[in-house]
Design a protein around this ligand. Structure first.
Ligand code: ADP
Length: 166
């Protein structure tokens, strides 16, 4: 049986319990999971690329193996489809939240199918408790001094507090 590599791309600024929920589902579907941390300069991320890669690595370490996929966390540069080809991914995994995600994802899939018809995009939904979590809102709450403890892991909460304190 051939092995399948999946690519889960995102900005992960920072990684949330929503992303982790999707990753827990993704490792059941593929043999290798590459988590591509996008540079995304134009989104002006709060955390540097190095910080985001380190955070994703630390938080996903417990989710790999044990019958699930091997996980590799890498910086993602350039065109998504080209990057997927370079890492040998046959599947791009994306999380889907509310209707708001749909239009953007719909267009992306349409374009990506034209660029490489052999790569399929698969959408996963987080469990009800994690569906509404968005990095953007987590940052906003942390910036205003709110408790983000139920949206992100403990280490990420600490890093957010430190970031806004400095
Ligand atoms: P991007 O800039 O590519 O949207 P994000 O880090 O915001 O990067 O998200 C990466 C992926 O994770 C996207 O497919 C997004 O829809 C998904 N995602 C983020 N949060 C959630 C969540 N709470 N539930 C389901 N999917 C999510």
């Amino acid at each position: 049986m051939s092995k399948h590599t999946g690519l889960y791309p995102g900005t992960f600024d920072p990684i949330t319990n929503g992303h982790l929920d999707i990753i827990k589902r993704a490792v059941k579907l593929v043999d290798y999971l590459v988590i591509g941390v996008a540079i995304n300069e134009d989104k002006s991320p709060l955390f540097s690329l190095e910080e985001r890669v380190a955070m994703v690595e630390a938080e996903t370490r417990p989710l790999a193996g044990d019958g699930g996929a091997e996980i590799s966390v890498r910086p993602l540069k350039g065109l998504l489809v080209k990057y997927a080809e370079d890492v040998g991914a046959s599947v791009i995994l994306r999380g889907l939240r509310a209707v708001s995600d749909f239009e953007f994802e719909f267009q992306m899939v349409g374009m990506n199918q034209r660029l490489n018809p052999d790569i399929e995009t698969v959408f996963l939904m987080a469990g009800a408790k994690h569906q509404a979590i968005a990095s953007r809102l987590v940052k906003e709450i942390a910036r205003l001094g709110g408790d983000v403890g139920s949206f992100v892991p403990e280490d990420i909460k600490r890093m957010l507090t430190d970031k806004f304190a400095s």
